[in-house]
Each structure stands twice: as structure tokens, then as C-alpha cells.
Design a protein around this ligand. Structure first.
Ligand code: NAD
Length: 506
């Protein structure tokens, strides 16, 4: 049975042939258009089972507990994964503690060589990593191939460059490593999040214990193979797989000097409490409900692309997703009409197909969460629209891209992070109103602004309570550019000079 967000009985309310648009007839992508299948064929062999990666070797879990990692697009079991216990975490922390002084004592240019080699090997094995990421997480192969893996490699390259220049990063100071870093990551960008955490830590002379998310452990474990291939000294990076129990054991371990956490605001708050009375340093990259603001003077077609990029990229499993759309009232009808046309061309389905735009929802649990919000939204908002182009696969977890319009700021779907391909559309009249509505959220991770006016761009960028503001673009990432939030989106930055700060004592 295919599990869909809206169920078998859901109907498309609009075919994409639209009223209210001037100009030539509009193509209806839902009628008679199809692509030949274009499956990615690069091999990515997966072992029947994996252990933790501790002290340079793959080892069985001490208490013998395991769980399965499942492909969200086929519901097939991919592999049996070690479920980390306190004892596994203790072994990993001990290995990291032992390796740390020697790693830190290496000249920066020697550490750089290892980090550079990791980046090169990632590039050389990029197709295999992309396939594995897509199988384990459900994201379209074109995204893992063109975004996740290249950006992960770029983070290692970038930080290899910093390893022998730290004295220039913190001029007049003597940066020292923090020590053993516990790094806990989510499932939406598994390899990329691992790279964002490991690369700066290693450059600064720290050693690491990484805890991948339970639904997406495979690429982190494959990274362990790369560490073996390039001869990274044992214990410098350790990987303990498992659920929240392993994460909590890492947070509470007395020999961990720093916790870097990316995940939900709820768990982030628990970690902040657990570390409050200790001398551990902490950075938190948490949830978001980011505003994408379109002014009437924007290039509308470009802005519509930005909306699509902002909310439907990676099935909306993006912390900085532009999940609240604010459109200036005068162009709202036109933007919504164009959005429907563009959404009609999105292909939802087999993530291993190179033509697929929206892949599988990462897990049954996440699909259930999204469905609850869709049900809530149907009661709150006056209009719901979902794209209904390609047929969905028989098995797997699927949710068609959709939006609610006529949403009020008080609606649950405008306030809470859904973490799925669901957009809340609202309107505004003046720049001041756009600012106050955009900032009316407990989160402060990112925002997008679309306008032709430079002065408006600067005014909005200054006024938005968001760690990142994209101007006439959305979801653009670069290792040199710091990323992070305000308010309940967390604190600390990843990437750039600011990102290094979390991994040194000065
Ligand atoms: P989550 O908080 O449930 O889990 C994140 C990680 O924490 C997982 O590895 C999990 O096993 C671990 N964990 C769970 N309970 C724990 C505990 N008590 N102690 C320690 N670790 C624990 O989040 P998720 O569902 O995996 O990820 C989605 C969330 O991540 C969203 O809210 C999203 O916005 C956020 N996110 C933020 C950023 C950012 O940069 N701000 C980036 C990606 C995702």
C-alpha cells in the first residue's frame, strides 16, 4: 500500500489551466506530458550489518542491540545498524580523548592534508555517496548528487584551508582546541551535517564522536570507510549510531568538552538544560519557520522559482525552509496562479530517478506528523491546493507538494514547523507590515526577500530577525558563509570564520 499524505480519495482542485493571467495560453503539465524513466545506476553496495566506527575500526555494539535502517521510498530494509548504548559512547569518547593531544600537536598543515584527502575521496566516490544518501533518506538523486555531496566535500576543502591559518583567523589570540566534541545530527542532510560539524572541529585540533540520526546512518558510516582509506589516525573521528539514548549519553558524558547539536528545538532545549551546570560548551542549530517575502516590484517568475526552492527542496525537510510565504496583496492572485502552474510540473516519486523533483518523506513517523498538520490546516485555512501530476509509487512514504492560502498568523500551520512540503501563504500591504508579520515567530533561522529595489533589500535585511537573509534567492549555501539562528532556532554559527569560533578556546 502506498502511504500518502492526503489519501487515495484526495482530488486536485485545479488542473493548472488558469484564469486571471494575461498573455499566451498556459501549458497544462498534468495532461499528456511524461518523461522516460532515468534511474541512476551507479552502484552503492550496502553491507547486511554495520557496527560503530570506534578507534579506527568498525566494532559490534557492546550490548548487542541493533535496529534496521529502511528505504523510505521502497520500505525495504537496507541494513542492520548498531544501536549505541552508554557503554558504546564511553568507548568512543575514550578513543577520542586518547587521540586528541596527538592530533592537536600535529602542525596545522599536516592536519590540513588529512582533511583535504577526505574531501578528495568524497569527490572521487561522489556518485556512490549520492546513491546511498538517496536510498537511505529518500531525497531526489539530483539533490544528493548536486547539493549534498558536493557541499559536504566543499566543507572539508574549505576547512583544510583554515587548519594552518588559525592564528590569522583570531588575530592577536592563540586559539587552542576545545578537546573532545560530541556532535549530534539530524536526518535531513545526513552527510552534509556530518561535514559541517567534523570539518571545523578537525581543522582546529579537536577529536570527535559523531552521532548520526537513526533513520539515516549509512553515509556517515561510509565516511568511516574513507577515514580508514586515507589513514586518519584512529580515534580522531568516532561514529556511534543509535537513537536519542546514544545522543543523551554523549551529552551527559563527563569527558566530552563540547556539544554541537543540530535537530529539533525540543531536544535542543533538553540538551541546553543537561549541559547548563557543566563546563561543556554548546552550539544549537534548531528548527525554523522562515519567511519568504515577495514584493510587488519583484521579478515574479524568479520569485516563484524561489518559492519552489524554498519549500519543496528536499521534501520541505529543511530547517531554513521558506515555509511562510508573504506576498504583497496587489500581486497575490498572480503569484498564486503562477505557483500552481509551476507546481504542476513538479515530479513526485522514485528518488533514484534523475527527473524526480520531490522524493519520499524520510520516515513513516515524519509522514504521520505532516498528515496531522495537513488535517489541522484544512480546518484552519480557507484554501488548500496540492500538485497532482505524476502517479505515486505503490510503496513508500509520499506527500504531494501543497499550500494553504488565506492563512492567518495565529493558525497552527503558520506557527509550527511542519518539516514537510507544505506552504502557508499570507499577504501584506506595506514593508513594515511584512517585517512585523515575518518576525512574529518564536524562530529566527532564515528569510528570503524578493524585490527590485536595493533600498528595500537593505531595509528588510536589517529588520528581519533571522540568522540568514537571502535576497532574490533562497537556500544558497557556501562553506565560507556562516549559518545559524536566533531565538528558538538556536545559537552559534556553522561555516565561515564564525563557525571556527565554536571549536577553539581563545
Ligand atoms: P531530533 O531533535 O528529533 O533529532 C536530532 C538528533 O538528536 C538525532 O540524531 C537524534 O537521535 C538525537 N536525539 C534525540 N533525542 C536526543 C536526546 N534526548 N539527547 C541527545 N540527542 C538526542 O530532530 P530530527 O527530527 O532528526 O531533525 C529535524 C529537526 O532538525 C527540525 O526541527 C529541523 O529544523 C532541525 N534542523 C536544524 C538545522 C539547523 O541548521 N538549524 C539543520 C537541519 C535540521
Amino acid at each position: 500500500m502506498s502511504a500518502t499524505a492526503t489519501g487515495e480519495t484526495s482530488k486536485q482542485t485545479d488542473t493548472g489551466r488558469l484564469t486571471g493571467l494575461d498573455g499566451p495560453a498556459v501549458l497544462d503539465f498534468t495532461q499528456g506530458w511524461d518523461y522516460a524513466p532515468a534511474p541512476e545506476s551507479a552502484p552503492a553496495p550496502i553491507a547486511d550489518s554495520y557496527g560503530h566506527f570506534i578507534n579506527g575500526a568498525f566494532v559490534d555494539p557492546i550490548e548487542g542491540e541493533r535496529f534496521d535502517t529502511v528505504s523510505p521510498s521502497t520500505e525495504e530494509t537496507l541494513s542492520s545498524i548498531a544501536n549505541g548504548s552508554e557503554a558504546d559512547v564511553a568507548a568512543a569518547v575514550a578513543a577520542a580523548g586518547e587521540a586528541q593531544p596527538t592530533w592537536a600537536a600535529l602542525p596545522g598543515k599536516e592536519r590540513a592534508k588529512y582533511i583535504f584527502r577526505i574531501a578528495r575521496r568524497l569527490q572521487e566516490r561522489a556518485r556512490e555517496f549520492a546513491v546511498l544518501e538517496t536510498m537511505d533518506g529518500g531525497k531526489p538523486i539530483k539533490e544528493s548528487r548536486d547539493v549534498d555531496i558536493p557541499l559536504a566535500a566543499a566543507h572539508f576543502f574549505y576547512h583544510a584551508g583554515w587548519a594552518d591559518k588559525l592564528q590569522y583567523a583570531f588575530a592577536g589570540r592563540t586559539p587552542k582546541p576545545v578537546g573532545v566534541c560530541g556532535q549530534i545530527i539530524p536526518w535531513n542532510f545526513p552527510l552534509m551535517m556530518a561535514a559541517w560539524k567534523l570539518a571545523p572541529a578537525l581543522a582546529c585540533g579537536n577529536t570527535c564522536v559523531l552521532k548520526p540520526a537513526e533513520t539515516t546512518p549509512l553515509t556517515a558510516l561510509r565516511l568511516g570507510e574513507i577515514f580508514q582509506e586515507i589513514g586518519l589516525p584512529p580515534g580522531v573521528v568516532n561514529i556511534v549510531t543509535g537513537d536519542g539514548r546514544a545522543g543523551a549519553a554523549l551529552v551527559n558524558h563527563k569527558d566530552v568538552n563540547k556539544i554541537a547539536f543540530t535537530g529539533s528545538t525540543d531536544v535542543g532545549k533538553r540538551i541546553a538544560k543537561a549541559t547548563a551546570a557543566t563546563d561543556k560548551t554548546l552550539t544549537l542549530e534548531l528548527g525554523g519557520k522562515s519567511a519568504n517575502i515577495i514584493f510587488e516590484d519583484a521579478s515574479i517568475d524568479q520569485a516563484v522559482e524561489g518559492i519552489i526552492q524554498g519549500i519543496y527542496f528536499n521534501q520541505g525537510h529543511v530547517c531554513c525552509a521558506g515555509s511562510r510565504l508573504f506576498v504583497q496583496e496587489s500581486i497575490a492572485e498572480q503569484v498564486i496562479a503562477k505557483l500552481k502552474i509551476r507546481m504542476g510540473s513538479l515530479r513526485v516519486g522514485d528518488p533514484m530517478d534523475k527527473n524526480t523533483d520531490v522524493g519520499a518523506i524520510n520516515s513513516r513517523q515524519q509522514l504521520d506528523t505532516i498528515v496531522k498538520y495537513l488535517d489541522k490546516g484544512r480546518k484552519e485555512a480557507p484554501e488548500f491546493w496540492e500538485s497532482n501530476g505524476s502517479p505515486l509509487p505503490e510503496r513508500g512514504y509520499w506527500c504531494r507538494p501543497s499550500f494553504f492560502s488565506g492563512v492567518q498568523p495565529s493558525h497552527t500551520i503558520a506557527r509550527e514547523e511542519i518539516f514537510g512540503p507544505v506552504l502557508a501563504v499570507m499577504t501584506f500591504r506595506t514593508p513594515d507590515e511584512a517585517l512585523s508579520r515575518a518576525n512574529n515567530t518564536p524562530y529566527g533561522l532564515a528569510a528570503g526577500v524578493w524585490t527590485d529595489k536595493g533600498s528595500k533589500i537593505f531595509e528588510m535585511a536589517r529588520g528581519l530577525d533571522a540568522g540568514v537573509v537571502w535576497l532574490n534567492s533562497y537556500n544558497k549555501f557556501d562553506p565560507a558563509s556562516p549559518f545559524g539562528g536566533f531565538k528558538e532556532s538556536g545559537f552559534g554559527r556553522e561555516g565561515g570564520l564564525q563557525g571556527l569560533r565554536a571549536y577553539v578556546k581563545i
